[in-house]
Write a protein that binds this ligand. Structure first.
Ligand code: NAP
Length: 339
């Protein structure tokens, strides 16, 4: 089923894997990027099947109109662009508004200027699915049906609630758009938990990585006597996330679904245990050890995640924590020649 796919935010961590995989599968890709420099850097890595349009800021009214008008060959739109960081000092301005307006702008542009597009897939998040107060309730089960119903006011409170709110409000705006505008396309949503795994290209290994990969990179930057961060959650490998985005438009039965991408819980201790065992020769004595084996005790206090519906409909096995962590770190060590 080759054709032409538009990927917003094409230079992002997840999007680069999507672009790479789409091209490997015979698609041509038009990406939106924020600068010529970033577009050229990606083109150098993926080749001539990739072209790009500049969209400096997704929240500007009509941000995607020109880009889509120029590409009548595009029949699928994957909207991945959205701010993902926990550094905002003004969460409304830096996270909530760009995420919501960016999503609305993408959908409006497709409906108005790309009526040939049949499917839109949006990268939402577990952040839109998990109610904040339930995350630490082990009796609660999170599924494709649950929602983070945070209020706009509460979302403005800090960078974390700002990011979580940005994904919830953006996804709600997308479903609302489809319900009220009844556009020509069907909508599918991908809701990943923390996404780990290698960068799509070695050239993307920088001192600081994208937000989710940096959680692992950060352990490599810690001194052995430092305490491990109280970081915990659920994980999925980035290559599984890109595969799910592609299946989301290739498999008609995934239309109008929320795909909850998760392959289990983890705590920072589990990551440290993998690093201290698998990379003992290189990392032994250089990074924190923590309390080996105590990760499951931490994660047993968190809500359960049941994404059996998603797993069944996608029909492929997700990568293990060992693999996703090991591949993330191996690439960093290879590119940097150690730590
Ligand atoms: P990322 O590497 O930071 O990618 C985000 C992309 O969005 C970048 O290309 C970024 O461009 C672009 N972008 C952000 N704000 C923009 C704006 N105002 N105008 C134009 N472009 C903008 O992060 P990622 O991890 O790949 O995230 C991609 C998507 O997955 C996001 O929607 C995120 O919420 C979602 N997600 C990620 C995870 C995860 O753990 N990684 C989990 C669940 C959901 P620049 O880099 O040029 O600024």
């Amino acid at each position: 089923m080759a054709g032409s796919v538009f990927v917003s935010g094409a230079t992002g961590f997840i999007a680069q894997h999507i672009v790479k995989q789409l091209i490997e599968e015979g698609y041509t890709v038009v990406g939106s990027v924020r600068s010529t420099e970033k577009g050229e850097a990606l083109k150098k890595n993926v080749g001539d099947k990739f072209s790009y349009e500049i969209v400096k800021d997704i929240q500007e009214e009509g941000a995607f109109n020109e880009a889509l008008k120029k590409h009548p060959e595009v029949t699928v739109v994957l909207h991945t662009a959205s701010p993902f960081h926990f550094k905002a000092t003004d969460p409304e301005k830096e996270l909530l508004l760009p995420a919501v307006h960016g999503t609305k702008n993408a959908l409006k542009a497709v409906a108005e200027f790309a009526p040939q597009v049949k499917t839109v897939v949006i990268t939402s998040s577990y952040a839109a699915i998990a109610p904040a107060d339930k995350e630490i309730d082990p009796t609660f089960t999170i599924t494709e049906e649950t929602w983070n119903n945070i209020s706009w006011e509460d979302a403005k409170a800090n960078a974390f609630s700002g990011y979580r709110g940005s994904k919830a409000f953006a996804e709600k705006a997308a479903w609302e758009f489809v319900k009220t505008e009844k556009p020509n396309f069907v909508l599918s949503i991908v809701n990943p938990v923390f996404v780990f795994g290698p960068q799509a290209f070695d050239s993307e290994i920088k001192a600081e990585l994208n937000t989710s990969a940096e959680f692992i990179n950060n352990i490599l930057k810690q001194k052995p006597d430092e305490e491990l961060a109280a970081f915990k959650g659920a994980f999925i490998d980035v290559r599984d996330v890109s595969k799910a985005h592609i299946l989301a438009f290739e498999k008609p039965e995934l239309a109008e679904q929320r795909l909850l991408l998760a392959n289990g819980r983890f705590a920072a201790q589990d990551v440290a245990d993998i690093l201290n065992t698998k990379f003992k020769d290189v990392l032994g004595g250089k990074i924190p050890v923590g309390t080996p084996g105590s990760g499951p005790e931490v994660t047993s206090k968190l809500a359960k995640i049941d994404n059996s519906k998603t797993k069944k409909s996608l029909g492929f096995e997700f990568a293990s924590l060992e693999k996703t962590v090991a591949d993330t770190v191996q690439q960093i060590l290879d590119v940097n020649g150690g730590i």
